[in-house]
Ligand binder design. Structure first.
Ligand code: UTP
Length: 225
């Protein structure tokens, strides 16, 4: 049995909302759980979260308040997902690491959005992986994996198959928290994963079948260890 944390980007399931994909991920997560694995799922807030961040900014709210608004949006998607899991879910969106542990001890699937201001749901995934002693964190994003530079800006960016956490930090453009930032993975998350020796796989989340391949340890996207 493995313990798996699945981080699904809001850029994948919520930008715009992709009901079909949300349903497919729920089916896959159920399948993985029924195979005997422990699973936690962390969802981001996508464009709706960014829209609300914009509204909060226009209202001159400080950045912690902007983050809290975005967290609420991510939890709305988490609630949808948790409801769709039915009896395999915990009955509520998990909002603390203690609750995540309790959920696991009851044999249920952890479903979360954001946790607290000052980081992203990637860091939530890493913190959950640390607390639950997960073997693997997989992130479904809107790219095929990690590139030498941002593929949305540079046509000559090259996708990497395997790398270590230090190399991953090198290719990130931003190393500090910015509200609503969209980056392949957060640098705070990388530090947590590295010190806990949790393997990370970044794959194209628009191809949900990648999740099963990643969970089986097959080469998909970019593998970071
Ligand atoms: P994410 O950027 O993690 O969501 O959180 P996402 O939509 O899945 O992002 P992609 O697809 O990976 O790009 C959205 C925003 O919510 C706030 C931050 O402002 C973050 O940018 N947030 C999220 C927090 O403040 N704390 C959290 O624990 C999570």
């Amino acid at each position: 049995m493995t313990c798996l944390v699945v981080r699904i980007g809001g850029s994948v399931i919520a930008s715009p909302v992709n009901t079909d994909l949300i349903g497919k991920y729920a089916d896959l997560i159920r399948e993985i759980k029924l195979q005997g694995h422990k699973v936690a799922v962390i969802l981001g807030g996508g464009t709706l979260a960014r829209e609300f961040i914009g509204i909060a900014k226009n209202l001159t709210l400080e950045s912690a308040a902007q983050d809290r608004i975005a967290i609420s949006v991510s939890r709305l998607y988490a609630q949808l997902f948790m409801e769709k899991l039915g009896s395999l879910g915990y009955g509520k969106v998990v909002t603390t690491l203690d609750e995540a542990e309790d959920c696991f001890s009851q044999g249920k699937i952890v479903v979360m959005g954001g946790l607290k201001p000052g980081h992203t749901t990637d860091t939530v995934g890493a913190l959950v992986a640390e607390r639950l002693a997960a073997d693997l964190l997989v992130k479904g994003t809107d790219q095929e994996g990690v590139y030498t530079k941002d593929p949305r800006k540079f046509a000559d960016a090259v996708k990497l198959g395997q790398m270590n956490f230090d190399d991953l930090s090198q290719v990130l453009e931003c190393h500090e928290h910015k509200v609503g930032i969209h980056q392949v993975i957060d640098s705070m998350a990388i530090d947590i994963l590295k010190r806990n020796h949790v393997k990370l796989i970044v794959f194209n989340g628009f191809k949900p079948e990648n999740l099963l391949l990643a969970a089986e340890g097959k080469q998909v996207g970019t593998v970071i260890s």
